[in-house]
Write a protein that binds this ligand. Structure first.
Ligand code: KIV
Length: 272
């Protein structure tokens, strides 16, 4: 008998099979307790390189390292056992050659146990995607607003305002799908363009700031929980964690100063 825990996670092919069906529910997570809460409600948990901005306080995702992604990927895998877990390959670890992408992705999968990786997919990406998939690594692509390229794009603005750029986004999505991606994230585009991409590819589109017409949706979890006062237009805040945490910390500080905390209920008393 094996002492290993048997996991029954959703698989990448099962996500692909959901094209045009029930919307696919996705969120990001970076730690075990959050992953444990998300697991029951999400088909897919993304360990996004947004971790650099929403956890580590970086201003862009460019400074995120492979070691950071592995550490957060391990935590998310420990906290979940049914959702498909996808880990982002960060900037600088996959773009220059399929071989480098394979070594990065294999390390992520070996050290975290996650089932797939995501790469931001410009026109150069098709060869890399095919190379990874052929070697056993499921790939989720990411088109439209690609945050790792924000220094070239000039910021985090929605993409596809001109016909040329919109056509390029559709072409990138088609190339990523034909190369073997199991799903594609479409970020920061108009509803019309999201619709065009969704119709153009046989794999599910996962929208973020891309309209309800996509096959699934994803948000950065701390954004949708309201941990930050400023969030992009496309984010809906489902909670106000900033106010909740602020209120709790304020009350704690007052009670420490007034010596109301710790009270009787929080104090050990040993009977002899
Ligand atoms: O890094 C991330 O969280 C992402 C999502 C925005 C899709 O790529």
């Amino acid at each position: 008998m094996s002492a290993q825990k048997i996991e029954r996670r959703i698989t990448a092919p099962q996500i692909t099979a959901r094209k045009g069906g029930d919307p696919i529910v996705c969120l990001t997570a970076y730690d075990a307790p959050t992953a444990a809460i998300l697991d029951e409600h999400c088909d897919l948990i993304l360990v996004g390189d947004s971790v650099g901005m929403v956890v580590h306080g970086l201003t862009t995702t460019v400074g995120v390292t492979l070691d950071m992604m592995i550490m957060h990927g391990q935590a998310v895998m420990r906290g979940s056992n049914s959702a498909l877990v996808v880990v982002d390959l960060p900037f600088g670890y996959y773009e220059d050659s399929p071989e480098r992408a394979f070594h990065s992705a294999a390390r992520v999968m070996r050290e975290t146990g996650c089932q797939a990786v995501k790469i931001e997919s410009g026109s150069y990406a098709a060869e890399t995607i095919a190379y990874l998939v052929e070697r056993g690594i499921p790939v989720m692509s990411h088109v439209g607003l690609r945050p790792q390229s924000m220094n070239v794009l000039g910021g985090f603005r929605a993409r596809g305002r001109t016909e040329k750029v919109a056509d390029q986004i559709v072409e990138n999505a088609i190339a990523a799908a034909e190369a073997g991606s199991f799903a594609v994230v479409v970020e920061g585009v108009s509803a019309e363009l999201a619709d065009k991409v969704t119709k153009a590819v046989k794999i599910p589109t996962i929208g973020i700031g891309a309209s309800a017409g996509c096959d699934g949706q994803i948000l950065v979890t701390p954004d949708m929980l309201g941990l930050f006062s400023r969030v992009p237009k496309f984010v809906k805040k489902y909670a106000d964690m900033e106010a909740m945490v602020e209120g709790a910390v304020k009350t704690y500080a007052a009670e420490v100063k007034s010596r109301d905390f710790p009270g009787e209920a929080n104090t050990y008393k040993f009977t002899k």
